[in-house]
Write a protein that binds this ligand. Structure first.
Ligand code: NAP
Length: 254
């Protein structure tokens, strides 16, 4: 079987490792990355990098490379590629599984406010604090600038964490923190303390690699603005762990 793993996540790399170790039987694996990050962490095995050219391009790639099954293991906020995968798999008539880690759940002591999207998150901030730790990724910064959000955003300090330098526009008072997970609780406590952060903004990415910031915020009694996940395509089989995805592929390969 030839499996195409749409990647860019820890789980996608772990799935490629498990499949190449033979956990689902004999399988060839190609991992696909969008090419957003300058020095990506590459999964083992075959890797291709760059867009396919929409759902039609992806369907063509699936046919030309004799793909037998597709796993959409992209980030829960990578919405376009997930809809493209659903469309392409239907056109090319191959089974598709979405490997999507569950969202985070609050525990006692958490002070979370949900926002439907980055714009809604930005509108909440002037009421919540002055020094913001923004961990929404480099594609979301425009929402936190005053031309798009309230003028009061210009008075706020933003510590923006990102793997690579984000393209403009940036909030008026921005400090960049170039880093990539997994992050430790000790490290996250130190970031909050050193930068005197009083609000954390994050997407509901789920998973463990970026979760310590939520624990650090709880310990410090800080409010967290949690941006909800965008809708995912309906009618697609979903696995929430790498193990479940391996089982699905094993059954697929029979
Ligand atoms: P997106 O908005 O859903 O996709 C935009 C376009 O990028 C797609 O139409 C596709 O181009 C291309 N693309 C996306 N993922 C691809 C992949 N794995 N392989 C080949 N092409 C891909 O995606 P995004 O939010 O910019 O995220 C890009 C990548 O970064 C994803 O693979 C995702 O797993 C990873 N990532 C995203 C986030 C996030 O918060 N969005 C966080 C961590 C990692 P074509 O239409 O030309 O095929």
């Amino acid at each position: 079987m030839h499996v195409l793993v749409l990647g860019g996540t820890t789980e996608a790399r772990q799935l490629a490792e498990a499949l190449l170790a033979g956990e689902a039987g004999l399988m060839g694996v190609t991992s696909s990355l969008a090419g957003r990050v300058r020095r990506p962490r590459l999964p083992p095995g075959e890797v291709r990098i760059g867009g396919f050219g929409g759902p039609e391009g992806l369907a063509r790639w699936i046919r030309e490379h004799r793909v037998d099954a597709v796993v959409d293991a992209t980030h829960p906020f990578a919405q376009t590629i997930s809809f493209n995968a659903a469309r392409a798999a239907a056109v090319a008539r191959v089974p598709l599984l979405a490997l999507r880690r569950p969202g985070w759940l609050p525990v006692e002591g958490d002070d979370w406010r949900e926002a439907a999207n980055p714009d809604a998150a930005a509108r909440m901030l002037p009421e919540l604090g002055r020094r913001i730790f923004l961990t929404t990724g480099r594609g979301q910064l425009a929402a936190f600038t005053s031309p798009r959000g309230p003028a009061a955003l210009d008075a706020l300090f933003f510590l923006v964490r990102s793997v690579d330098p984000p393209p403009p526009p940036h909030p008026a008072r921005t400090q960049l923190l170039l880093d990539r997970g997994p992050f430790t609780l000790e490290g996250e406590r130190e970031v909050l303390r050193r930068h005197r952060i009083d609000v954390l903004v994050t997407k509901d990415s789920g998973g463990t690699a970026t979760a310590p910031k939520l624990v650090a915020a709880r310990e410090a009694g800080l409010p967290v603005v949690l941006i909800r996940r965008p809708p995912a395509p309906e009618g697609v089989a979903v696995a929430s762990t790498v193990r479940e995805a391996v089982t699905w592929l094993r059954v697929c390969g029979r």
